[in-house]
Every structure is written in structure tokens, then in C-alpha cells.
Design a protein around this ligand. Structure first.
Ligand SMILES: [Zn+2]
Length: 551
């Protein structure tokens, strides 16, 4: 989602964040959430009311039994369950405070897949956000991250268990219903009291994480962007794109969506084919600045109403369709595989759209945010196996430090190896899940380098290096001599560093050196005709470090 700190941290995070987070000492060994089961498909039918938050719903869940277990636990909060059946037969179930324990028939055939039907309903409190807009119209928007799907969808609510999903939504005819995947049908129906309603069916044919499964049902106006990125989509030739906004915001369009075709084209070219049936962009009630729901991105309402929304957030959420959505972090400590990538790819969009100096400006801002952080960055590694408050993982480690680490990784392995490794990482893990080791393996293969040291120092330790520089001019040699000292606040790091001597005409004379393991001092000599006007460390914004020059 979009890094909008005011949004992210301003919300009251209710107590509901109870999830089995990996707390093992080994960051890479991720404990499966429900190891005996694997959901293949959710078929969800939701009856939305004319007003208010009380829904009636049913879920048909196709589950594979992959281990020994005689009870299936589905996550579900708040709502009442009336009946549960397994393969068409009524099943015994126990409604607990946070889920449904369902007794399974003993395994009697080689076919380990079964279907669970759950009839449920009640007043939704979260996950599906129910609100009246400023004109008093009722609106419904899913907003599940990180584990809030369980407020309205009986589910194995963890990113490690991805599944396809069909949405059948019945709502008053005045609402436009949008969801993940492809529009299958839209047909008028009559409700019991004779009111005009519409049943809309959407089908997502690729497995996605529960935190990305959403519907929107609101008085939305469709803006058809048309076919984009032709020849660069996985499921069809082109990527049809749409924007949905409240009728009052129609004049804002295309606004920040003017270049969505180019954005999808850039990322498809850099990484691989766009993974879903379409891409919709919606004005919504998400609590985040933007939320990357698969093929249906939800953006915060305020940016539309105030007209302040820019294409940076669009690029960020669009990048998530590849990173986070198609390739999903298997467990929460690896969230940077989603947010770090979205942060960096938004900067790559800046580079493509506005050039190198704008890109360096983005990277400088990203670095400034990391260096200003005195919480997560200085106390926790990016791969954080200790933090159990999932909302607290929306921090400068997952976003900005993760993004800057990708920038340095590109420098370390070279542009060609970096993007060919990303293409392989995407090709192998698309529609599945990944851990940081999967990325490291592809980078090592493509670059023929051992990169354990790089991933360890940047992702498994808190902090960043600090470099202090002093300099003098050696008139006899016509050289500027720069002495660099690496501090040890967070231990020593291995990295290249470029220094520029700036002459009185503004010309830059560069030299690059490398701090090798455990090296704390480095001297660089730059030939200059006269004493330079100033010294600049890392003039191209390639290094995540606190940099100081003593004049
Ligand atoms: Zn994001």
C-alpha cells in the first residue's frame, strides 16, 4: 500500500491484530499458518443491504487436505454462522471467538479436496468498510490488509495461502460493483420486497492472498482508459484499464491516471507480463493512501476530493500487482519484498517519466526518510522476525530502506544482472509466494556473485553505515586527498563509495573506493589542478549511509 505515514499511523489499531506471526530465530524458516490445509478457491456470495452494514453471505470454499487433521479452522470474526456443510452434508462446527472449527469426515478417498459451505451474516465491523458518503449514499469497500479479511470472509487468512476467488454480489441497482478479476455477468434481479437489484459476478482466475480479495459497491462512475500495454499481458493480449470515481469527481479525470498505460508498459517490460485480467483504479474508503488489491487498486478518497493525488501513488500500487500480489511474501517478516519493491519501482517510474535528476531526487528523499527514522530503522532489521504488531511493519524499513537496498543491489550486481534476476524471480514465483532467499538465489545466479554478506548487512541488521570525511589539497601532487572514516554505531559495512571534488566552475571530479569487510578507514586521491571549492560524498545518491564532510 502507499506509504502515507499520516494515514498509516493515524489510525487507531484495534486489538484484532492477533495472528500467528513467525517468531522463529531463523528468519527464513517460515512456519505454515494452517499446515494441513491449502485453500484452492473461494466462491463468495454477498447480499448487500439497501442501507446499513448488515450483510447476508455464503462461502463455498474448496480446500485441499495436505496433512493429517480432522478439524478445519477458518478465521472469521464478528459475524454469525448459521450452517456449515462439507461436501454437501451438514457438518458439526464450533463457533469460537475468532473462527469456526469444522469437523471433517475421516479421510475416505484418495481425493483429498473437499468443499465447505458456510452460511453466515450480521453487521460487519471491519474488512468491508461501510460508510455513507458526503451525499448520504451508502458505500461498501473491502479493505483487508493485513488480516482483516476475517471480519467478513471465512478464510485461511494468511498471505501464504493464496486462492482464486469468485464474487457474486447482490446490491441495489444504483451501485456499481467492482471486484478482483474479470467481469463475468451483470443482471437485474428482484429482491423479496420487489426492489430493483443487480447481481454482479467477478472472477479472479489467478490465486491471490486473502488480504487482496475485495469488492467495491458504491455509486461509481466508470472512466474507460481502454486497452493498454498490448502484447505485455499474461492472460490476454492487452491490459484493459478503468478508473472508478464518485460522480462528483468525474472532472478530476484522467488526472493522475493519464499515464497508467505507460506505467503498466514500463513494469511489464522490466519484470514480466502483467498478471491479471484487467486493472481498475478506484476512489474508495481504504484507510491507507492506496491499497494494491489484485487487479482493483483502491485509493484514499481525500486525494480525489481535494485534487491532490499524483501519479507516484498510482505507480506504487501498480508495481504491487507484480510484487506483493503476483509474487507474495510468504510471511510478514518479508514484507519488504512487497513494499520495498513498490517504493523502488515508483522511483523507476519517476526516472522513466521525468528523467535521471528527478530519480536522484526521489532516492535522496527515500534516504532522508531512512536516516531520520529513530524507531524501526535503528532498532530492527528489515526482515523483522520479532515484531508482532503487523501495522507496525508499515515502517521506513519495509518501504524506504527496502527500496534503497534494491537500488544498491542493482549497483552491486549491475543493471543487466539485476533485471534478468528480477525477471527470473518473477517468472518462477508468479502466482505463488516467496521469501528473501528466493530473491538472493536469483541475484547470485545472474551475477555469479555470492551475496550472503550483502543481504545480511542490509536486511538482517538494524541501521546503516556512517561515513565521516576530512580532506586537504596536496599542491605538490595536484591532488585532493580525502580521508574517509567509517563509524561503528551499527557495526561496519562493506560498500563502494564515490566522492566528488567540485571545482570553482561547478565541475565534478570523481573517484570511487570501497570499504572492504571490517575496514574503517579509506583514502581517496582525486587529481585536481587547484584546491576544490567543496567535496561531495556520494554525488549520485547510490549509498544508504549517513554522510558528513568536515570542511
Ligand atoms: Zn505499498
Amino acid at each position: 500500500m502507499a506509504d502515507r505515514r499520516s494515514t498509516l499511523f493515524g489510525v487507531a489499531v484495534a486489538a484484532a491484530l492477533t495472528v500467528g506471526v513467525c517468531r522463529g530465530a531463523d528468519a527464513q524458516r517460515s512456519r505454515p499458518y494452517r499446515p494441513a490445509f491449502d485453500v484452492a478457491d473461494y466462491a463468495l456470495t454477498i447480499d448487500l443491504p439497501d442501507t446499513g452494514s448488515t450483510i447476508r453471505a455464503s462461502a463455498r470454499i474448496t480446500v485441499g487436505r495436505v496433512g493429517h487433521a480432522d478439524t478445519l479452522t477458518l478465521d472469521l470474526l464478528d459475524l454469525d454462522v448459521s450452517t456449515v456443510s462439507v461436501d454437501g452434508r451438514a457438518a458439526k462446527f464450533n463457533r469460537t471467538a475468532d473462527g469456526i472449527d469444522i469437523a471433517l469426515p475421516s479421510r475416505r478417498s484418495t481425493n483429498a479436496t473437499f468443499e465447505v459451505d458456510v452460511e453466515y451474516g450480521g453487521a460487519v465491523k471491519d474488512g468491508l468498510i461501510v460508510r455513507q458518503d458526503s451525499a448520504g449514499r451508502w458505500t461498501y469497500f473491502g479493505d483487508n490488509w493485513p488480516n482483516r479479511a476475517r471480519h467478513w470472509i471465512p478464510s485461511i487468512d494468511h498471505p501464504s495461502d493464496k486462492a482464486t476467488v469468485t464474487w457474486r454480489v447482490r446490491a441495489p441497482a444504483s451501485r456499481t460493483v467492482v471486484a478482483n478479476g474479470r467481469l463475468v455477468s451483470r443482471k437485474p434481479i428482484r429482491d423479496a420486497s420487489g426492489g430493483d437489484r443487480v447481481e454482479t459476478v467477478w472472477r479472479e482466475s489467478k490465486p491471490i492472498a486473502p488480504y487482496l480479495m475485495v469488492i467495491a459497491a458504491a455509486p461509481l462512475t466508470e472512466y474507460d482508459v481502454g486497452d493498454t500495454a498490448c502484447g505485455l499481458a499474461e492472460l490476454q493480449r492487452c491490459v484493459p484499464q478503468f478508473v472508478y470515481v464518485a460522480p462528483e469527481q468525474r472532472n478530476f479525470l484522467p488526472g493522475p491516471f493519464a499515464r497508467v498505460g505507460e506505467i503498466v508498459q514500463l513494469f511489464s517490460t522490466l519484470v514480466g507480463p502483467f498478471p491479471y485480467e484487467k486493472l481498475a483504479h478506484l476512489q474508495s474508503s481504504t484507510r491507507f493512501g492506496g491499497m494494491e488489491n489484485a487487479s482493483a487498486i483502491f485509493y484514499a478518497d481525500g486525494g480525489f476530493r481535494r485534487g491532490t493525488m499524483r501519479d507516484g501513488v498510482v505507480a506504487h500500487e501498480t508495481a504491487h500487482q507484480w510484487f506483493g500480489d503476483a509474487v507474495t511474501e510468504r510471511d510478514w517478516p518479508h514484507l519488504w519484498l512487497s513494499e520495498g519493491f513498490a517504493t523502488y519501482f515508483a522511483a523507476l517510474w519517476t526516472r522513466a517519466a521525468r528523467g535521471d535528476s528527478a530519480f536522484r531526487g526521489d532516492m535522496a528523499n527515500i534516504r532522508r526518510t531512512v536516516l531520520a527514522d529513530s524507531g524501526a530503522v535503528t532498532h530492527h532489521p528489515v526482515i523483522d522476525t520479532v515484531e508482532t504488531d503487523l501495522m507496525a511493519l508499515l515502517n521506513a524499513n519495509s518501504y524506504q530502506k527496502g527500496g534503497f537496498v534494491l537500488h544498491m543491489l542493482r549497483d552491486q550486481v549491475g543493471e543487466n544482472a539485476f533485471f534478468s534476476a528480477l525477471k527470473e524471480y518473477y517468472r518462477k514465483n508468479r502466482h505463488s509466494t516467496a521469501l528473501t532467499d528466493d530473491l538472493q538465489a536469483e541475484m547470485e545466479k545472474a551475477s555469479k556473485q555470492q551475496l550472503g554478506w550483502f543481504f545480511n548487512q542490509w536486511l538482517r541488521r538494524p541501521g546503516y553505515p556512517t561515513v565521516q570525511a576530512t580532506w586537504r589539497y596536496d599542491a605538490g601532487q595536484h591532488e585532493t586527498v580525502i580521508d574517509l572514516v567509517q563509524g561503528a554505531a551499527f557495526g561496519t559495512y562493506e560498500f563502494p563509495i564515490t566522492v566528488a571534488a567540485v571545482d570553482s566552475g561547478g565541475g565534478m571530479h570523481r573517484a570511487t573506493g570501497r570499504f572492504k569487510p571490517d575496514m574503517t578507514a579509506l583514502q581517496l586521491r582525486i587529481p585536481t589542478a587547484t584546491s576544490p571549492a567543496s567535496i561531495v560524498l556520494d554525488p549520485d545518491v547510490e549509498l544508504l549511509a549517513a554522510l558528513h564532510v568536515t570542511p
